[in-house]
Design a protein around this ligand. Structure first.
Ligand code: GLN
Length: 491
């Protein structure tokens, strides 16, 4: 039954509809794969009973002919999404054994459409990181290895569990979140597809907040079509999130296979970094050539404020995080450490509950928001953010339909290899992705090739606000040209 795990979501949907197999069989195949892959540390909680109950329910509905669009499809959920009655930790000790009394809107919509919950997926603590090494449950291992090497590599982060599980065929798709690159960078490191939709496309309600003006949920899956299927269920207006936008959700799948003839694709000159590996440069050129061959027109564009995006992000994101994380005080959630008085109890709980990276962000955030530094840092970063957004607007105003860039400046690196001495080394991973969050735009990462060591590399397409459809159309052109990549199983 194990080959059921290698189907795409679209293939599984057909198999279920044709009664070639049941959701229970499909779910059991994934539960077995998860059990055999614990070395990857992708799941922090497996929910087999829940999964089988949901699969049986889906089978019942399929038999009756009233199946939802994702009926019987087993998914993994990033542990940042609140799941009612099921432990949700953001992979932080401070949430302890927190079992939310509510369900996030995004996951609620997935269950409404018939999907099956396999378990909760590992991530960087509070989604702060680019390698999934800051999780209180330990690092996630990338199913990809360098050719001829046993070195364990990171899957990227913060949605490392989602990317690793999807790449290793442990689930058919996964939810993820992206504040500065956390969907797209892990997708690129694992040869999976990930889309960060436009800010406001998916409800943030019930997702553990990191930086509220940047956070956005999206899917990671094994094909562009699968991502389109998942996003359709995840997206939509929600009165419980005032930043969610009331625009009808299109049938994203209809964009797959649509002609891209005549589309204008911007190639931003500022993304050509000094010292960027030649392989990434080559991949980028190949991507441009594929789109051109499909009838698109390439134009060089300029996004002049790109170089300020990362520094501005590392002011705005920690500022919002320091405010959002103030709620973890030892009273409301999970962990509490005793103290002689209430202040000491707060201090001890936070000192014990937060990991080093989270503490660093809280301190930076508090600093840049404090009287005397607010204008110099936070306010200036906000102004830079406006300029970054304007760069993109100017570009789209000139008739550019989408922008093509590399997804990451390197392939996956080794566990423990980066950021030990200097956190900026890790932050640089998001150089091509943070601008998109700063501007609130949609961005998709699609596998496009491999480096000399056999590791996957991805390309990113950035679109106009609420034009995810163009990204799906263009992404599929790249997918068709590049082919799909699967890691050789060693676990
Ligand atoms: N790597 C970035 C950070 O650490 C982005 C993380 C994310 O998108 N959640 O903040």
């Amino acid at each position: 039954m194990t080959d059921l795990t290698s189907l795409t979501l679209a293939e599984a949907r057909k198999g279920l509809a044709d009664k070639t197999f049941t959701s229970l069989e499909l779910t059991d195949a994934h539960l077995s794969a998860m059990e055999a892959a614990r070395a990857l540390n992708a799941f922090v909680l497996e929910t087999p009973d829940q999964a089988r109950a949901m699969a049986r329910e889906a089978d019942g509905k399929i038999a009756k002919g009233d199946a939802g669009p994702l009926a019987g499809i087993p998914l993994g959920i990033k542990d940042l999404f609140a799941t009612e009655g099921i432990r949700t930790t953001a992979c932080s000790k401070i949430l302890g054994d927190f079992k939310p009394p509510y369900e996030s809107t995004v996951t609620k919509q997935l269950w409404r459409d018939g999907a099956v919950l396999l378990g909760k997926l590992n991530n960087d603590e509070f989604a702060m990181g680019s390698s999934n090494e800051t999780s209180c449950f330990g690092p996630v291992v990338n199913p990809w290895r360098r050719e001829g090497s046993n070195t364990t590599l990171v899957p990227g982060g913060s949605s490392g569990g989602s990317a690793s599980a999807v790449a290793a065929l442990l689930c058919m798709g996964a939810t993820a979140t992206d504040t500065g690159g956390s969907i797209r960078q892990p997708a690129a490191f694992t040869a999976t597809v990930g889309i960060k939709p436009t800010y406001g496309r998916c409800s943030r309600w019930g997702i553990v907040a990191f930086a509220s003006s940047l956070d956005q949920a999206g899917p990671i899956a094994r094909s562009v079509r699968d991502c389109a299927m998942l996003l359709r269920s995840m997206a939509g207006h929600d009165p419980k999130d005032t930043t969610s936008v009331d625009i009808a959700v299109p049938n994203y799948e209809a964009a797959i296979g649509k002609s891209v003839k005549g589309m204008r694709i911007g190639i931003p000159r500022e993304y050509r970094l000094d010292g960027m590996p030649a392989e990434i440069e080559k991949l980028w050129e190949a991507g441009a050539a594929w789109l051109k061959a499909a009838g698109a027109e390439l134009v060089e564009v300029s996004l002049p404020h790109t170089k300020y995006a990362l520094p501005a992000y590392y002011i705005v994101a920690p500022a919002e995080a320091s405010s959002n994380l103030a709620r973890y005080d030892g009273v409301r959630y999970g962990l509490r450490e005793q103290g002689r008085n209430i202040i000491e109890m707060y201090e001890n709980s936070r000192a014990e509950g937060f990991g080093a990276e989270v503490k660093r962000r809280v301190m930076i955030g508090t600093y840049v928001l404090s009287a005397g530094y607010y204008d110099a840092y936070y306010l200036r970063a906000q102004k830079v953010r406006t300029l970054i957004k304007k760069d993109f607007e100017d570009c789209f105003a000139k008739g550019v339909d989408a922008i093509l860039t590399p997804a990451t400046p390197s392939a996956a690196f080794g566990i423990g290899e980066k950021g030990g001495a200097d956190p900026v080394e890790m932050y640089l991973n998001d150089i091509f992705t943070v601008t998109v969050n700063m501007a609130g735009l949609p961005g998709i990462a699609v596998p496009a090739g491999k480096d000399a060591q056999g590791l996957p590399l991805g390309l990113q397409l950035i679109g106009r606000p609420f034009d995810e459809e163009t990204l799906f159309s263009l992404g599929e052109v790249i997918e068709q040209a590049a082919g799909r990549f699967t890691p050789v199983r060693w676990w």
